[in-house]
Ligand binder design. Structure first.
Ligand SMILES: NC(=O)c1ccc[n+]([C@@H]2O[C@H](COP(=O)([O-])OP(=O)(O)OC[C@H]3O[C@@H](n4cnc5c(N)ncnc54)[C@H](OP(=O)(O)O)[C@@H]3O)[C@@H](O)[C@H]2O)c1
Length: 327
């Protein structure tokens, strides 16, 4: 029904956006527009088949006109940008400028994607709330010590631009700062453990004793975004279930999977620019914590809304580790 409020979800086929979509599917009073680069991809087709309440719309973060069209009539927008897709496409290497590395190009493009979300949202007269997925401004909160956290700072730079250039939309915006995904332990080759005999070998990343915030992005993002849509704008929320040191999380996985655990600090098999990006992020988190000393950050429990996020252990126990490790 056209009279029902509409939410437009960027990245609806991805981890964060699919969680927002699932939450709003359970909220029968909303219409859902799921944005994707290709309506004919298998993930987009699966959304069309999942429910007649989902309208799948083609839009590209690199193309403001397509975003503008896909945001039309929305009361709420969930916006997420994607550094990793940009730099996973080898053909993009031809677009790198002189003196720029591929990751630096990716970060510059991700800044532009964020700006595009705000610029397109600025033209949506029906808009009441934009929830933008960002990360910590590491250059700022490290006092200039860590200046190469490319894919964190890129999201923060886009926000700063929005604050200056699109104050009307910025005034309707709340910010989600996603913690490290628990799903990384199943899907990301650098986090996923390797089975060697009776031991599970995890990369320690040199994270030391500093606790990290972990989120089950596919399960948790939606309820936090819904809270941010219902609450007044101007919130910046640390989106996570719990803080835990990496060595404790991997012990939980070892216990659930039935193996002893070994942590080894391994080199990232990555180009130098990405190694430097990750080293800056891990260095920052070790020294300053994931959010630095940003006083505006609110913890989920400070929202005053029941989010039912569960614990890290709940998530670990719910996974089929024999399938994950042997699949
Ligand atoms: N992994 C972590 O621990 C972690 C933690 C915090 C934040 N993040 C951030 O999360 C972001 C990615 O979000 P995610 O994990 O939810 O996504 P994801 O699962 O990696 O999937 C990528 C999503 O982005 C969409 N997308 C990619 N390029 C696009 C473009 N040019 N135009 C429109 N849509 C595009 C894809 O849609 P289609 O393919 O359907 O077009 C897909 O829905 C990254 O920027 C990353 O830095 C990750």
């Amino acid at each position: 029904m056209a009279s029902q409020p509409l939410i437009a979800i960027v990245g609806a086929t991805g981890a964060q956006g699919s969680s927002v979509l699932s939450t709003y599917l359970n909220t029968t009073s909303w219409r859902i527009r799921a944005l994707t680069r290709s309506v004919s991809s298998s993930k987009a087709k699966a959304l069309t088949e999942r429910s007649s309440r989902i309208e799948v719309a083609e839009a590209n973060l690199n193309d403001i006109a397509s975003l503008r069209k896909a945001f039309e009539g929305a009361i709420a927008i969930f916006g997420v940008t994607d550094f990793w897709t940009l730099i996973s496409d080898e053909s993009n290497k031809a677009k790198v400028k002189d003196g720029q590395s591929f990751a630096e190009w990716g970060a510059e493009m991700e800044v532009q994607q964020g700006k595009n979300i705000f610029e397109a949202a600025n033209q949506v007269s029906s808009l009441k709330r934009l929830v933008f997925s960002s990360l910590t401004d590491i250059t700022k909160w490290s006092g200039g010590k860590y200046t190469y956290a490319l894919h964190f700072d890129s999201k923060a730079i886009a926000l700063k631009h929005a604050e200056e250039h699109f104050p009307n939309v910025y005034a309707k915006t709340s910010i989600l700062v996603a913690g490290a995904y628990l799903e990384n332990f199943k899907q990301n080759p650098f986090f996923k453990p390797k089975l060697e005999g009776e031991a599970l070998i995890f990369n320690s990343f040199g994270t030391g004793n500093r606790p990290w915030p972990f989120i089950a992005a596919e399960e948790d993002t939606g309820s936090i975004v819904k809270a941010l849509i219902e609450l007044p704008a101007g919130l910046r929320v640390a989106a996570h279930r719990e803080l835990k040191v990496m060595s404790d999380v991997v012990q939980l996985i070892g216990k659930a999977a039935g193996y002893e655990v070994r942590l080894e600090q391994q080199e990232f098999p990555l180009p130098d620019d990405l190694k430097k990006d990750l080293a800056n992020i891990f260095g920052f988190v070790n020294e300053f914590g994931y959010w630095g000393n940003d006083p505006s950050i609110k913890q989920p429990e400070e929202l005053g809304v029941e989010l039912r996020l569960g614990s890290i252990e709940d998530w670990v126990k719910a996974q089929d580790w024999s399938k994950e490790l042997n699949g």
